[in-house]
Ligand binder design. Structure first.
Ligand code: CU
Length: 497
């Protein structure tokens, strides 16, 4: 059966006012495979200007039981922002943020969409909304040159959580620069109330410099084609939801997260360490799964996850393709406060081992990076930045207080081995250390893995910290010294950076 009889029936009923009722017609058109298209009749009431929000915020529920005309105004802005502490990147944005502004409408709404492209832009842009029924999802109608404005109108026929993105050539580059976001088309009855709603979106980024290489970093097209990202991030920056920017909630709360994946390349294995998703609306669709540990979010797809908080502490969102979390930035924190629940979990454990510098403020690292650019980096700034980076990188073994662990990890505090030849430590960090070493009279015969994934200035700052803390007194190590050692030492294949 095609859809005409339904529409005709509805049109006839419209005359009697039956199709403009609060509830959608309880018809499941067989020809759509069972999905419920929501043409609930013409828009009613005054046009409404959509509230748009920046991540991690979500606009309030529409709280409407009738279809309306909703006006969305979105502006494309190309701007430099921090992608990681002390690392700048030129993002192309919908609304000035990555991901772009969150849009929330109700199924059956008629959306009048305005796309503006700021006069300072260098590129033309458009928008393809996955929640639009029509060619290009709007892309064909919204090609917008810098300083221009385009407009089109669509009816939100299907409920769901949809990705939108720029689709101007080269499409991959526009998406890689951050041009994506989410539009929620609420079901006609709305969503059950919760205590917090958050907006989280993953994306992969490609820079010429390596991960955390400071300064301005341009886009690397070849890395993007090779699908070899430098960064995999939630909400467009390594620090978007870590340290002081962590998401916050209390115990005994119900949390809903709208999680999207902009790609351009990677599929996300979205996981929240220490929680179980009570409910996941996978693929942004209508059906849900319960009691989920990790949900797969395709590039250009989304999921709604819900859970209840019980135990206080830091809960860590990751892409469980785990190198992305710990070495490319795909890590964010939800900080839950409230009374301990020893019957559910024995007590608060030290979580710094696991997430290291991610719970601390990286401000000293940024300060050091900025100072270095102006050529005024002081030893104190190096020590401050190095102290933050030491956590989770070296403290895992050598401990926070540098004392090491007897017979297992040698001490760095007052280590005669270290202080005898401070610059030798550069080699130890870059190349690792094996075989017997004697520190303060005790012999260790173990393995320290090479830490060559660290950038030159990270190594310089960490070592300056180590050489001038816990009663140690030594020189400041410069980035150039580290670069020299890196360039002149032959490292085994796997450690070659
Ligand atoms: Cu674009």
């Amino acid at each position: 059966m095609n859809r005409f009889p339904v529409i005709l029936a509805c049109a006839a009923a419209l005359a009697l006012g039956a199709c403009t009722q609060d509830k959608p017609p309880a018809t499941r058109a067989a020809d759509t495979g069972g999905s419920l298209k929501g043409d609930f009749g013409p828009p009613r009431g005054e046009p409404i200007k959509a509230v748009l929000t920046s991540p991690p915020h979500v606009p309030p529920a529409t709280n409407r039981n009738y279809p309306a005309k909703v006006i969305v105004e979105l502006e494309v802005i190309e701007k430099q922002m921090e992608i990681a502490e002390g690392v700048n990147y030129t993002f192309w944005t919908f609304g000035g943020t990555v991901p772009g502004s969150f849009i929330r409408v109700r199924q059956g709404d008629t959306v009048e969409f305005h796309l503006k492209n700021h006069p300072s832009s260098k590129m033309p842009h458009n928008i393809d909304l996955h929640g639009v029924t029509g060619p290009g999802g709007g892309a064909a109608s919204t090609f917008t040159a810098p300083g221009h404005h385009t407009q089109f109108t669509f009816k939100a026929l299907n409920q769901g959580l949809y990705v939108y993105h720029c689709a101007t050539a080269p499409v991959g580059m526009h998406v890689a620069n951050g041009m994506y976001g989410l539009i929620l088309v609420e079901p006609p009855e709305g969503l059950p109330p919760v205590d917090h709603e958050f907006y989280v979106m993953q994306g992969d980024f490609y820079t010429v410099g390596k991960y955390r290489e400071k300064g301005y970093q341009p886009f690397d097209m070849q890395k993007a084609i090779d699908e070899n990202p430098t960064y995999v991030l939630f909400n467009g920056a390594e620090t978007s939801m870590t340290g002081p920017n962590a998401l916050k909630a209390k115990t005994e709360q119900r949390i809903r997260m709208f999680v999207g994946n902009g790609g351009p390349n990677l599929v996300s294995s979205f996981h929240l360490i220490g929680e179980i998703f009570d409910k996941v609306q996978y693929e942004g669709g209508t059906h849900f799964q319960e009691n989920v540990q990790t949900t797969l979010i395709p590039a250009g797809g989304a999921a709604t996850v819900e859970f209840h908080t019980e135990v206080p502490g830091n809960y860590v969102m990751v892409d469980h393709s785990i190198f992305r979390a710990f070495n490319k930035g795909a890590l964010a924190i939800l900080e839950v406060t409230g009374p301990e629940k020893p019957l559910i979990y024995s007590g608060k454990q030290v979580d710094e081992m696991y997430i290291g510098d991610k719970v601390a403020s990286l401000a000293p690292v940024a300060a050091a990076a900025t100072a270095k650019e102006s050529g005024t980096l002081t030893k104190e700034q190096q020590i401050a930045a190095g102290g933050v980076l030491f956590k989770g990188t070296c403290s895992t073994c050598h401990q926070d207080n540098g004392a090491g662990l007897p017979n297992v990890f040698p001490p760095l505090a007052k280590s005669d081995y270290l202080l005898k030849d401070p610059r030798h430590a550069i080699e130890v960090v870059l190349n690792g250390l094996t075989g017997p070493v004697t520190v303060n009279g005790n012999t260790f015969n173990s393995v320290m893995p090479p830490m060559s994934q660290l950038t030159d200035d990270e190594v310089a700052n960490i070592l300056t910290y180590v050489l001038n803390t816990w009663g140690n007194s030594g020189p400041a190590i410069s980035k150039q010294e580290v670069a020299k050692v890196r360039a002149t030492t032959k490292r085994p294949e796997g450690a070659a950076h």
